[in-house]
Design a binder for this molecule. Sequence first.
Ligand code: FES
Length: 76
Amino acid sequence: MSDTKYSPIACDLEKDKKYNWCTCSHSENQPFCDGSHRAAKATPPLTFEVEEAKEVYLCTCKKTSNPPYCDGSHKN
Ligand code: FES
């Protein structure tokens, strides 16, 4: 599998806003949920927020041990 396809996506997140990170890989709006998990009968999104506005690297390979953040697992 190509490293690029599963590389993390840098996202500027806003303080106290709720984000839905896609856990199922079906979303066309990675790394966020677009509702596709319902039709796919797949796992629901992980809802999270950050305590201060910041740029983060969100996992797209879905193998991270620290969801929704990239932990480098896509390189394994
Ligand atoms: S589309 Fe993947 S969790 Fe919703």
